[in-house]
Design a protein around this ligand. Structure first.
Ligand SMILES: [Zn+2]
Ligand SMILES: [Zn+2]
Length: 360
């Protein structure tokens, strides 16, 4: 079958090959025929080495498809089920999982780099990014890494739900619990930022200010429910004019210490900064003890929607069905798996909100 391989960390293009096999099917796993996968910024971060993932690997962690084969001992899944991949599969047994915080289970990270694919030429094995590897026609993953979704949810929308949309909507609904009428700023108008805007709108935020350096991205965010869109250099002035001297909630959807800092400064005293962006291990965010204590601004990191992923995905599917969120509009580009490098170029250019890679 066909799959896109990153041979070495630091390379910026993928090698789309036809001599790849998904390996490791056994008890407790499922084989999935991928139908659509979308490119998330974290894929680029794994390719560049900002996020750890041993190479060679197959990127892609935001994907949807159909169950082809179910391993022994797997319950609740059947051949033909439509599923979304979950890149942080909960083990179900640890303290986090038992306390209904499966999104904090890091058991799957212990399998980081486990072989998921074999390349015929040279007989090399490759892992799947964060235990998935969605840029392949087929994947074998542990049963906890697939979440069943309704059969009428289009594959493209389902793929988006696998990471970015769940992350953004969950940050607003689960982590911040934005109240009706609240003032919200979203820093970064990429896929996660736009999903956060939609989450804040669902919560009834009174004001949703999107902040992004690119004018076309600002413009586009307005179509998803932002009430205003400004350039980063204007954030301070906008925040200052608000009652309380800042926003009730500032969402950082960029993944940089400097943006978190700008967000902290734009939050009102007693407000909250919700950190969603996946940043680097060595990028230090700085706050003084005096300001942390005196301002009582809360730092609220939000990982993968800030709650058990299965539940956040169910919520997102319900919102989609009720017409409360726009997933179709988030797909700005489509390419075939053969052309996955075009998707990477579009993401680098800042042009694409989400490019869906279709597997036919
Ligand atoms: Zn666990
Ligand atoms: Zn992602």
């Amino acid at each position: 079958m066909r799959a896109a391989i990153l041979h070495k960390t630091g390379q910026d293009t993928l090698d789309v090959r036809e001599d790849v096999t998904a390996v490791g099917f056994r008890e407790g796993t499922v084989r999935v025929r991928m139908r659509a996968a979308s490119l998330c910024h974290s894929d680029l971060s794994a390719m560049s080495g900002v996020l750890p993932q041993p190479a060679p690997f197959v990127p892609g962690h935001e994907g949807a498809g159909d169950v082809l084969e179910v391993g022994e001992g797997v319950t609740g899944l059947a051949v033909g089920d439509r599923v979304v991949l979950c890149w942080m599969a909960p083990c179900g047994l640890c303290d986090h999982c038992r306390q209904d915080r499966g999104h904090l289970c890091i058991a799957s990270l212990r399998r980081l780099g486990a072989p998921g694919f074999r390349i015929e030429e040279g007989g090399l094995t490759a892992s799947g990014f964060y235990g998935t590897g969605a840029f392949a026609e087929e994947v074998v993953v542990c049963a906890d890494a697939v979440i069943k979704v309704p059969a009428d949810l289009p594959y493209e929308a389902a793929a988006l739900i696998g990471c970015g949309v769940t992350t953004g909507i969950g940050a607003a609904v689960n982590t911040a619990k934005v109240e009706p009428g609240a003032s919200v700023a979203v820093l970064g108008a990429g896929g996660v930022g736009v999903a956060t805007v939609q989450g804040a709108r669902v919560c009834g935020a009174g004001r949703i200010t999107v902040v992004d350096p690119v004018a076309s991205r600002r413009e586009r965010a307005l179509a998803f429910g932002a009430t205003e869109a400004v350039a980063p250099e204007d954030l301070k002035a906008v925040a200052k004019k608000l009652p309380g001297g800042g926003f009730d909630y500032v969402f950082e959807a960029v993944g940089r210490a400097a943006t978190v800092r700008a967000g902290y400064d734009a939050a009102r005293r007693g407000g909250a900064v919700v950190v969603i962006g996946a940043g680097a291990q060595d990028d230090l965010a700085q706050f003084t003890m005096g300001e942390l204590f005196f301002n009582e601004k809360r730092l609220l990191p939000s990982l993968y929607g800030g709650a058990t992923v299965r539940r956040t995905i169910a919520l997102v599917v319900d919102l989609w069905r009720a017409g409360r969120i726009d997933l179709d509009g988030m797909v700005t580009h489509r390419v075939a798996l053969m052309d996955v490098n075009d998707a990477i170029a579009q993401m680098h250019s800042g042009e694409a909100l989400r490019t869906v890679v279709t597997m036919g």
